[in-house]
Write a protein that binds this ligand. Structure first.
Ligand code: ZN
Length: 177
């Protein structure tokens, strides 16, 4: 396994719409393993393939509370419910967090790493992670979802050391995706 360099804003790959995965082959399995290792090394809760420069519809998520390793190939949000204000960061935009609206829950359909068709309902932090990562596959950063530029702030150095652990942050917990 390998830790891969994470692309940072304004790298153009982060603005591109990723392509559907056609085949989950051996190389794809290695890529998935590398993505988990990269995410864990960066102490994020999620990582999308475009963040490591690969324009494919693939992301991984691991929420601290459950520790379950989720692999989502060609994910699609089929239902969204509710709205809540969250604080969010991104491994591709280090040192900043923003305040924005995310759904309270989402229903996602996707293929797992064996190519099996799955459905998953995510709430709160998992819903936020799913929306954030699937946005990456459409070339959208959370920066574009802020109501105004004032909703973005720079992390203070002491915050950064504790909040590094999250590619995303929900209200009280500290998480980054
Ligand atoms: Zn991100």
């Amino acid at each position: 396994m390998a830790v891969l360099p994470i692309r940072r804003f304004p790298d153009p790959v982060l603005k591109q719409k990723a392509k559907r995965v056609r085949e989950i082959d051996k190389a794809m399995q290695k890529l998935i393993n590398d993505m988990f290792e990269t995410m864990q090394y960066a102490r994020g809760v999620g990582l999308a393939a475009p963040q490591i420069g690969i324009g494919l519809r693939l992301c991984v998520i691991q929420i601290p509370e459950t520790e379950e390793k989720l692999v989502l190939v060609n994910p699609e949000i089929v239902k969204r419910k509710g709205s809540r204000v969250v604080e969010e960061g991104c491994l591709s935009v280090p040192g900043y967090i923003g305040e924005l609206n995310r759904s309270e829950s989402v229903m996602v359909k996707y293929l797992d790493r064996e190519g099996k068709s799955c459905r998953l309902k995510g709430e709160e932090l998992l819903a936020q992670a799913l929306e954030h990562e699937i946005d990456h596959l459409d070339g959208i950063l959370y920066l574009e979802r802020l109501e105004s530029p004032e909703k973005l702030r720079e992390l203070k150095p002491e915050e950064e050391s504790t909040e590094k652990s999250t590619e995303m942050k929900s209200e009280k917990e500290t998480v980054e995706v």
